[in-house]
Design a protein around this ligand. Structure first.
Ligand code: MRU
Length: 364
């Protein structure tokens, strides 16, 4: 996607510097800063501090981290150590484990001397595949948007609601939930996106930045506004991303997604989830019981970050001194509330039968 006219992916390999480049997302939407990731600790920090974020991007970053580990020391022992070190950075997004396992499976049988080059090539493959997966999700989601547009008086926008940034910067490119939006916009369909702020970290300020950069009409709303808008017929469809979806289609995504799904269900609004196959956790069925949800600490709740009138990016305390904040970062939407899963192969039911029929080769 383009930033000020230049095409970017959210990470890229700089052959001259021999290093991975990332966008440091902590400064967005206010400043666009990029950074070289050079040491294994840099990789861990980038994920822990959410310089890179979003499940697919976390997975791709970890693959490059494994490549660096193989350049440092390609032994079996170091591979296992790097797996553990990178895996411990964030617990919920399953793409992290998926990418590290894929690297380990591919690299372990190789002679030690071949591992570094193979690991870097594999990281490039994972990044490129992510772009293609998301492009396909966009084309499949476009069909849903076209169906809605076809039933509207000409010129009336299709009104979508999204929660959290599942945009191009949460992936390598295109995004998951945003890819159908970008494809619809490129196809000339009028859109209006309701963009939930997504407290505490306000990831949808990033979505506003993305959509604004691409000329897609949108309105930034509080997390609590969606139910009201649905009751008043202002939302045609909800599309969110996911950090981990179980084999029976329970969807773990940013905190607050579940409430949107409940409101959508109550108001007969279709609730779709854009799901790349690496985000499916085939080892888990019951998402509520078995997906670990981290409490990210109270500072994200009791403070907000933003840009002040002097142009400085700063934190501001919003609660009285000593107030405790609770901060579960994700929640799980049970499959019964999900209208369908938009995958790279097509749209399926949020059920074990639906996912298994779509991915017989992956479901084991
Ligand atoms: O904590 P984050 O910002 O990494 O969480 C990201 C999300 O929850 C996204 O909404 C989700 O769709 C996964 S990224 C496509």
């Amino acid at each position: 996607m383009k930033v000020d006219g230049t095409h970017y992916r959210s990470l890229w390999w700089d052959a001259k510097k021999d290093a991975l480049q990332i966008i440091d997302q902590r400064w967005l939407p206010h400043e666009f800063r990029t950074q070289s990731v050079v040491t294994l600790q840099d990789f861990a920090d980038a994920i822990i501090q959410m310089r890179v974020r979003g499940a697919p991007l976390i997975g791709a970053t970890a693959a490059y981290g494994m490549a660096l580990a193989m350049f440092i020391d390609p032994s079996d022992a170091h591979m296992a150590q790097a797996w553990e070190f990178l895996h411990n950075t964030r617990p919920t997004a399953i793409n992290l484990r998926w990418a590290l396992n894929r690297c380990q499976t591919a690299l372990l049988p190789l002679p030690v001397a071949d591992r570094a080059g193979a690991a870097l090539a594999l990281a490039h493959d994972i990044a490129n595949e992510d772009v293609e997966i998301n492009r396909q999700i966009g084309l499949n989601g476009l069909n849903l948007i076209q169906d809605i547009a076809a039933k509207k008086p000409s010129g009336e926008p299709v009104r979508l609601l999204t929660h959290c940034n599942a945009g191009w910067i949460a992936t390598v490119d295109w995004g998951t939930a945003t890819s159908p939006m970008y494809h619809a916009h490129n196809a000339g369909i009028a859109l209006h996106i309701w963009v939930d702020e997504t407290r505490p970290r306000n990831q949808d300020a990033l979505t506003s930045w993305e959509l604004g950069s691409h000329g897609i009409a949108h309105t930034y709303i509080t997390d609590n506004a969606g139910g009201h808008l649905m009751q008043h017929g202002q939302v045609d469809m909800v599309i969110t991303g996911t950090d981990r979806t179980t084999r029976r289609g329970d969807v773990c995504n940013k905190i607050g997604t579940y409430l949107k799904a409940l409101a959508a269900h109550d108001n007969g609004v279709p609730f779709y989830v854009a799901l790349p196959s690496p985000t499916i956790d085939w080892t888990v069925a019951d998402g509520v019981a078995d997906i670990p949800i981290k409490d990210r600490g109270e500072r994200e709740i009791t403070y907000v970050m933003g840009r002040n009138n002097a142009g400085q990016i700063t934190e501001v305390q919003v609660t009285p001194d000593g107030t405790h904040g609770g901060n579960p970062a994700f929640d799980v939407t049970p499959n019964r509330l999900v209208s369908g899963l938009i995958t790279e192969r097509g749209i399926c039911d949020a059920s074990e039968a639906g996912l298994t029929a779509m991915f017989p080769d992956l479901s084991g």
